[in-house]
Design a protein. Structure first.
Ligand SMILES: Nc1ncnc2c1ncn2[C@@H]1O[C@H](COP(=O)(O)OP(=O)(O)OP(=O)(O)O)[C@@H](O)[C@H]1O
Ligand SMILES: [Mg+2]
Length: 278
């Protein structure tokens, strides 16, 4: 698998002097589903904006498919790496939902029929099939988040950068969107890089996690590995997934012995059945 994105010794400070990212070395392989976790202000959004070229590093280099992004045209970069922004009002600018989603594909020079098909498919995927003519201004916040995601889906990019895509979605919406992202990742090989605080989603959907704290990478690995470092997780203003926390308490305070600390309901179910059958 090629390195689809790479950050090499990257630093970024905002013009007012805020050091938002420091010493970031990160390689993302094609087809990975990577979670970027960290508390408020830890640098998640900044990191995504470095990866999509919206912000330029203060120091260090960024590579897309092993080419320095400085040598790639903005158009080519935006076509391959699409971002679903944290705040939908930063992303949506047309008057209706359908027009907004059509904008990207139309700019790629696709035929009218193809653009229409992509808009319909994308709206269906986010369960907003009837919303094409709806005025964006009148949407609820969760509907705006879905519309943003549809805009990214319609671009059919190689990499999706998702900044808190599930915040403000109802629980059914969270599961549906995460299942959709996972399907696109596994079946179509789209690389997913998702910033989130939703630790409970991680072991269910995400293959690799990076923990950011004060602009630095504290941990990088598979969810089981990363969540076994509870003290670092808490220092980064995060917590263990609820299930993992429960089993940590059962182990430490109640002396129950587990082979593994489960992180999902499915894993917990197996662990509990094991204990009961002993
Ligand atoms: N335009 C800006 N000018 C100055 N400082 C900024 C700017 N944008 C962000 N920052 C600062 O950079 C740091 C990282 O911010 P960033 O938005 O990347 O955090 P985040 O991890 O995405 O947080 P959240 O979970 O709240 O979305 C914070 O200290 C923030 O105050
Ligand atoms: Mg953010």
């Amino acid at each position: 698998m090629i390195n689809i994105l790479e950050m090499r010794n990257t630093h970024f400070s905002y013009p007012d002097g805020t050091p938002a990212l420091q010493d970031i070395d990160l390689i993302v392989k094609e087809g990975e589903f990577l979670g970027i976790l960290g508390g408020n202000g830890s640098g998640k959004t900044t990191l995504l904006k470095i990866l999509n070229g919206l912000l330029k590093t203060t120091k260090g280099e960024v590579f897309l498919e092993e080419n320095n992004i400085k040598s790639i045209s903005k158009d080519a970069l935006f076509r391959k790496v699409c971002t679903c922004f944290q705040n939908p009002d930063d992303q949506l600018f047309s008057s209706t939902v359908g027009e907004d989603i059509a904008f990207g594909p139309a700019n790629m020079g696709l035929s009218k029929e193809e653009v229409k098909r992509r808009v319909c498919d994308a709206l269906e995927a986010v369960e907003m099939a009837d919303f094409a003519d709806k005025v964006i201004h009148n949407l609820s916040f969760g509907q705006k988040k879905r519309a943003c995601l549809a805009g990214v889906l319609a671009m059919n990019p190689k990499v999706m950068l998702l900044d808190e895509p599930t915040s403000c979605l109802d629980p059914a919406g969270v599961s549906a969107i995460m299942r959709l992202l996972r399907k696109l990742n596994k079946e179509e090989g789209i690389t997913m890089i998702m910033a989130t605080h939703s630790v409970d989603l991680v072991p269910l959907f995400i293959d690799r996690v990076v923990i950011l704290n004060k602009g630095k990478i504290m941990l990088d690995g598979e969810p089981e590995e990363v969540f076994s470092r509870a003290e670092v997780i808490r220092e980064a203003k995060l917590r263990l997934p609820r299930i993992g926390h429960l089993f940590e308490i059962l182990k430490k305070k109640d002396g129950l012995d587990f082979d593994n600390i489960p992180l999902t309901i499915g894993e917990a179910r197996e662990e509990i059945k094991n204990i009961l059958s002993r």
